[in-house]
Design a protein around this ligand. Structure first.
Ligand SMILES: Cc1cc2nc3c(=O)[nH]c(=O)nc-3n(C[C@H](O)[C@H](O)[C@H](O)COP(=O)(O)O)c2cc1C
Length: 169
């Protein structure tokens, strides 16, 4: 019997982020945004993060072509947005067009008004099983007042109001 990885990982609580990138075609820029929870901090010097994206993902294709993206870490009130951006490209297009976001200064990828945001340029990528791990060098970061984060656990979203804490020194 093959191991139930999905079932075992249900008990691993993560944050939730929106990754954004774009494709330029004949002078027109088409932005895209997807919900992810595979964001991991990899290295501080140089500053690197990783994300694991399903192979065949249209978002992944754009990211590997553009080699630039942005990440916005979601607040607890962003569950509805996270759900809408987890749909297929066609079905999330309306939510992408309606995003309250501005192009990042370093990458041009859309950045939400999020508690933390990062802009990344492609450092490396590896095909691993049915996913591709992309490693990004973090070129800008933004942090605003700490808010309760949106969490993903047991296959669904949760709010952790008690995480609206003061910054540790
Ligand atoms: C909470 C949550 C976390 C997700 N994390 C990932 C992830 O880390 N990698 C991934 O490939 N898809 C992840 N997904 C699914 C993508 O959001 C969804 O498949 C994507 O929007 C489809 O994009 P595509 O059409 O370009 O493949 C996640 C979905 C949810 C709801």
């Amino acid at each position: 019997m093959s191991p139930d990885l999905r079932g075992a990982m249900r008990n691993f609580a993560t944050g939730v982020c929106v990754a954004t990138t774009y494709a330029d075609h004949e002078g027109i820029r088409r932005h895209d945004a997807v919900t992810l929870n595979s964001l991991t901090s990899v290295s501080l010097d140089p500053p690197l993060v990783s994300m694991s994206l399903r192979r065949g993902s249209q978002f992944l294709d754009d990211l590997l072509a553009t080699k630039q993206w942005a990440i916005s870490i979601l607040d607890s009130d962003a569950e509805s947005l996270a759900r809408r951006l987890a749909r297929s490209r066609e079905d999330r297009a309306e939510a992408v067009a309606a995003l309250d976001a501005t192009p990042g200064p370093a990458t041009g990828a859309l950045m939400l008004d999020a508690q933390s945001s990062l802009e990344c340029v492609l450092w490396d990528s590896f095909d691993l099983g049915d996913h591709t791990m992309v490693i990004g060098e973090v070129v800008t970061t933004g942090v605003r007042d700490l808010q309760p984060p949106l969490l993903f656990l047991h296959g669904t979203f949760h709010q952790l109001a008690t995480a609206a804490t003061t910054k540790e020194s």
